[in-house]
Design a protein around this ligand. Structure first.
Ligand SMILES: [Mg+2]
Ligand SMILES: [Zn+2]
Length: 185
């Protein structure tokens, strides 16, 4: 493994139907801070990959989203964890950009920035579009049930090569750590 990509809403913080527009609306999901501390022990890049169409919809300024990310990053660091960077698609879906998941653009940008081979990377997401983006980019994925599609994830997974589905980020990190351990035996 060379690096980890994490979706934001539904993986790190609670997803809101009306978008996270202020720091007050950003709520860490349970067990996320210790999970990020555990993931950081592997000493590999950890990058958040997030669609934030609220920017393109004019609901929140890009600078505000960046400030929310800096604040989250500081709290994660205080808890002994680490997020190295945030890659955000700010576009309205109607623009059909190359970076809005399920397109692989953001994953490709992050891999280029951190000099990572995508087949050696793993994307943890909560939505089928995360799985599709990972697949399109050629990277591995784990899906978590802590987001809005939690209950239907299994049914939505229409592929003969499905990703593991686990409860939340903490469970995904435990799975990763057990697989990494096995590789080193
Ligand atoms: Mg999500
Ligand atoms: Zn975009």
């Amino acid at each position: 493994m060379q690096g980890f990509f994490l979706d934001r809403d539904g993986v790190i913080n609670c997803e809101r139907a009306d978008y996270v527009k202020t720091w007050d609306e950003f709520t860490f999901l349970p067990n996320v801070l210790p999970a990020l501390r555990r993931l950081a022990t592997l000493n590999l890049p950890i990058v958040v990959i997030s669609n934030q169409s609220a920017i393109g919809r004019g609901l929140v300024a890009r600078a505000t989203v960046d400030a929310i990310h800096q604040q989250a990053q500081a709290i994660i660091a205080e808890a002994g964890g680490r997020v190295d960077d945030f890659f955000v698609c700010p576009h309205h879906p109607a623009l059909h950009c190359a970076c809005r998941k399920p397109q692989p653009g953001l994953l490709e940008q992050a891999a280029a920035r951190f000099k990572l081979d995508l087949p050696e990377c793993l994307f943890i997401g909560d939505a089928i579009t995360d799985f599709q983006a990972a697949k399109a980019a050629g990277c591995q994925s784990i899906l978590v049930k802590s987001g809005r599609q939690g209950a239907q994830l299994q049914q939505l997974m229409t592929t003969d090569n499905p990703a593991p589905i686990v409860a939340d980020l903490a469970a995904a990190v435990e799975l990763i750590l057990s697989l990494e351990q096995r590789n080193y035996v």
